[in-house]
Design a protein around this ligand. Structure first.
Ligand code: ADP
Length: 559
């Protein structure tokens, strides 16, 4: 049998075009872009102004069933569909999230697609890229420094040092920094207080960068971030510290989307990558919008499964960016559905149509959810080499019997060529235009009502319980005037319920909201249903142990 090449080997064999050639294909003007080396560029926001009168291209959202350790391949299918649309002669562009260095050094697994459906240069994309995440780190920590300085210099705003909520961030998995004490060492070294670090992609500034529609909106959102509370529980904001101007300045280049290409030279914007639990898990509004101005079709993705990623794309991002999606692609794999049907990870290579049939319930729920959003949809079956014909046939024919659009996608092994059928289907469903996009809730509903609607309609829960602490917080938020913000659910990605062990399609369960967290600048209230790790740790054998660079400066061992 043929030897399977690693993602990095495939990526390094690719004949990339100079980024200038990709740019000229998009009709971007000379003064509207800046090169970052030979294969990356930043696009100016002026592109949006120039094209503001143009009709938006069609937006295709790629989502998936609940993730399992078997892997679903959402990014792979996003890149593959973009390439396939180019193959069938469409003017297509891709908009993706930027990977964080923490998980890159920690858990092996690419974040730039896989196989013959990848974005390149993958080493750069997975490492420092164009420095956007570093800029966010600096902006976040500048605010922390300004706040600690304010406290040190007399604390005119009356910040209660026990009620500071703004931590520091770093783009690394480092569990030793989760809890720290700052300001030790006497009166010249600040005011001692307990604090901690989050990973940069969990910073509210990352969520803001991804929801802002331009520099002015970015500045306004940064200004309203809550950093602390006073002794009598009044919120203290970034604007109270006068820091929003400096923070916006630090982000003036990070706000510009980054252009790269796929292995088949389809243009791709990679911009922003917020957490998909305490934030909304989608690339920037600016990148998606700009792509929809530059191309006729934009393929973009949202984190985790449709219960988290697609719901947040449709209820948070689409609202913030006035994005009107045209089609949802739901990625499913035989392997993951078998896991939802009860097969353990080490037995996935064996044929098991019975478990597959059982696991289909998970797919069924997500299809219902997208149907309830009023959007056309198609299931993309991401093909793995161990899938048997009997299994693939069962999955495809089940969808057809249920009247669910379905196509086999072999984009990992074949690139765009393996996604032709999916691309043709996507285009024809979009042309039919049979949509009636309706978000799950109205922002003017109460915080409790909005959470209940998500839990019952999207997760299939019977009810929602609020802890007494959450109830108290809701009272406070109503007083602060934060009650008309959208909701960002922080729930396990593995289950439709808040219990990661309940696979498939759980029924008769209640969602428990333990605590809320305001992200007023980003413009949402986070509802926490379990513990959420905002500073991951490294595993026993970090992926970093395999990484190196050869004497010619070429990356090795990066996936
Ligand atoms: P997601 O976006 O759902 O997290 P990715 O697209 O990043 O998933 O894929 C995760 C990993 O699985 C990547 O290393 C990719 O190469 C691999 N992968 C995806 N699809 C396939 C496939 N059909 N066959 C083999 N490996 C795949």
């Amino acid at each position: 049998s043929q030897e399977v090449k690693s993602d990095i080997e495939i990526a390094q064999e690719c004949q990339m075009k100079p980024i200038r050639d990709i740019i000229s294909g998009l009709g971007v003007k000379e003064q509207e872009w800046e090169p970052y080396g030979h294969y990356k560029a930043k696009l100016s926001l002026d592109v949006m102004d120039r094209l503001s009168g143009n009709e938006d291209g069609k937006v295709i959202l790629v989502t998936a069933i609940n993730p399992t350790p078997a892997g679903e391949g959402k990014s792979t299918c996003t890149v593959g569909l973009g390439q396939a649309l180019s193959k069938i002669g469409k003017n297509a562009m891709i908009a993706l999230r930027e990977p964080s260095l923490g998980p890159t050094m920690g858990i092996k697994g690419g974040a730039a697609g896989g196989g013959y459906s990848q974005v390149v240069p993958m080493e750069d994309i997975n490492l420092h890229f164009t420095g956007d995440i570093h800029a966010i780190t600096t902006a976040h920590n500048a605010l922390a420094a300004m706040m600690d300085n304010h406290i040190h210099r007399g604390n005119e705003l009356g910040i209660d040092v026990r009620k500071v909520v703004w931590k520091r961030v770093m783009d690394m998995n480092d569990r030793s920094l989760r809890e720290v004490v700052v300001g030790l060492g006497g009166p010249l070294k600040g005011v001692p207080r307990q604090s901690g670090f989050d990973i940069t992609v969990a910073s509210e500034i990352m969520a803001i960068l991804c929801l802002a529609t331009g520099l002015k909106d970015l500045r306004g959102r940064l200004a309203s971030m809550v950093v602390a509370y006073t002794a009598d529980d009044q919120p203290v904001t970034c604007a109270d510290l006068g820091a929003e101007g400096a923070l916006t300045l630090l982000l003036k280049d990070a706000v510009k989307p980054n252009l790269v290409q796929t292995l088949e030279n389809t243009p791709a914007l990679i911009h922003g990558g917020p957490f998909a639990n305490i934030a909304h898990g989608c690339n920037s509004v600016i990148a998606t919008k700009m792509a929809s101005k530059l191309a006729d079709f934009v393929v973009t993705e949202a984190g985790f499964g449709a219960d988290l990623g697609a719901e947040k794309f449709l209820d948070i991002k689409a609202r913030a960016g006035s994005i009107d999606p045209d089609l949802v692609v739901i990625v499913a794999t035989v392997r993951a559905l078998k896991m939802h049907g009860g097969v353990p990870k080490d037995q996935l290579k064996e044929e098991n149509t019975e478990a597959l049939r059982k696991g289909l319930a998970n797919l069924e729920k997500h299809v219902e959810t997208i149907r309830n959003f009023g959007l056309p949809h198609v299931v993309a079956v991401n093909r793995f080499i161990y899938d048997t014909d009997a299994e693939t046939d069962l999955l495809m024919s089940w969808c057809e019997e249920q009247g669910i659009n379905v196509e086999l996608a072999d984009v990992w092994a074949q690139g765009g060529e393996g996604g032709r059928a999916l691309a043709e289907r996507a285009v024809s469903l979009i042309e039919e235009g049979d949509k009636n996009f309706t978000p799950v809730y109205d922002v003017n509903q109460s915080i409790e009502e909005k959470i209940k609607l998500i839990a019952t309609k999207v997760y299939g829960a019977d009810d929602v319980e609020f802890s007494s602490y959450a109830k108290k917080q809701i009272g406070d938020y109503n007083r602060y005037g934060w009650d008309n913000l959208p909701i960002c659910m922080a729930k396990t990605q593995y289950s439709l319920s808040d219990d990661p062990a309940k696979l498939g399609r759980p029924e008769g369960f209640t969602i428990t909201v333990r605590e809320l967290k305001p992200s007023v600048g980003a413009g949402f209230i986070v509802a926490l249903t379990g513990d959420v790790m905002t500073m991951p740790g490294l595993p026993q054998k970090p992926a970093a142990l395999k990484m190196d660079v050869d004497e010619n400066g070429k990356a090795v061992g990066l996936f």
